[in-house]
Design a protein around this ligand. Structure first.
Ligand code: SP5
Ligand code: ZN
Length: 342
């Protein structure tokens, strides 16, 4: 299985995020990708392929131009204002206020283009995220050149980033970018399966009214779990996309068997959709030892995840999302990929 590794990921490096009023060490840290990369190499899984540079054509179909313009220049603007360390938003255009007029004030623009304050924007965020998008585009190119599968090892992750917002540690939606690239390269129907602990609200936002991209997500119930404000079972898609969005929320603490039962439901729906290609938003924060999540998958369960995905018999691109138990995430990602290849 070819591996596309984002060697620029370390440019995105935040020391802190905030939790209950305190600065705590950032969970989404560079070691995550280093560990996964090392484990994939140790397992002899990855024929490493460097990302090829791609222009913004596909990104502009997934994200809005004003959002991309903002993100590209955000840190420079922050630094020019005297900002140090990471930039965090602090004010948002909540219901009843206006998001249609873009303010010129930097803090206001940060709020206009984000949905949480938990996603530090650093000096190297754009470089890392934009290189990650190139990795996703390279992965899509490999599938359309006939590869049965490939894996994109990148950070920051992507599935919380919507058409015009960042959040949940995500800035550019790598999985959505890959799915759109596959569409552009001739796949009539593309499915995205999101197995990260958290609902892929950004991916849902991007494809919600489209019938050509099916989105299925298994995640912690948004009533108690991040990102809270999307991911309920009654969100089934809109207009041409009606029936092409499937949310399978499970209570925090759900058992392994509940999780695999949801995977069977999601898999069946994807089969019915008959996709030409599959993108997997591969978060391994479903692991029992994950420090911020509450499912129970053990190391030995992850090969079953890969095996179930392989049974969909579809060209498959894996894209790394969350997973914060640093020591273990390498092994868990490898376990999924080995289960897929078996
Ligand atoms: C890609 C992804 O998995 N994003 C997840 C974003 C979660 N953001 C909220 C984190 C809340 C951390 N709570 C700390 C609890 C420490 N005991
Ligand atoms: Zn997650």
């Amino acid at each position: 299985m070819k591996t596309i590794y984002n060697a620029a990921h370390g440019a995105h490096r935040a020391e802190y995020e905030f939790f209950r009023g305190e600065k705590v060490p950032a969970f989404e840290k560079p070691e995550r990708a280093d560990w996964v990369h090392a484990a994939v190499q140790r397992a002899g899984l990855g024929d490493a392929v460097p990302p090829q540079a791609h222009d913004d054509t596909v990104l502009l179909k997934v994200h809005t131009e004003p959002y991309l313009d903002f993100l590209r220049g955000a840190y420079e603007t922050f630094a020019a204002l005297g900002g140090v360390g990471a930039a965090f938003p602090s004010v948002w255009p909540i219901r009843g206020m206006r998001a249609d007029r873009e303010p010129t004030n930097f803090a206001a623009r940060m709020g206009r283009y984000s949905f949480d304050s938990g996603s530090p924007l650093t000096a190297g965020t754009w470089l890392a995220a934009r290189t990650g998008a190139n990795c996703a585009l390279t992965g899509a190119a490999l599938l359309s050149a006939g590869e049965r599968s490939a894996v994109v090892l990148t950070r920051p992750p992507g599935h919380h980033a919507g058409r015009d917002f960042f959040g949940g540690y995500c800035f550019l939606n790598n999985a959505a970018i890959a799915a759109q690239a596959l569409r552009d390269r001739g796949c009539a129907r593309v499915a995205i399966l999101d197995v990260d602990y958290h609902h892929g609200n950004g991916t849902q936002d991007i494809f919600y009214d489209r019938g050509d991209v099916f989105f299925a997500s298994i995640h912690g119930d948004p009533l108690t779990e991040y990102p809270f404000f999307l991911g309920h079972a009654d969100e089934t898609g809109r207009s041409a996309g009606e029936g092409c969005n499937l949310n399978l929320p499970l209570p925090a603490g759900a058992s392994v068997e509940q999780w695999f039962a949801a995977l069977r439901v999601g898999s069946e729906a994807i089969r019915r959709f008959r996709p030409d290609a599959l993108v997997v938003s591969l978060g391994v924060d479903t692991f029992e030892g994950d420090p911020i999540s509450h499912f129970q998958l053990r190391v030995s369960d992850f090969p079953r995840v890969g095996h179930a995905i392989a049974s969909l018999a579809c060209p498959t691109l894996f894209v790394l999302e969350g997973g914060y138990a640093v020591q273990e995430i390498g092994g868990n990602v490898v376990a999924v990929l080995q289960g897929f290849l078996r």
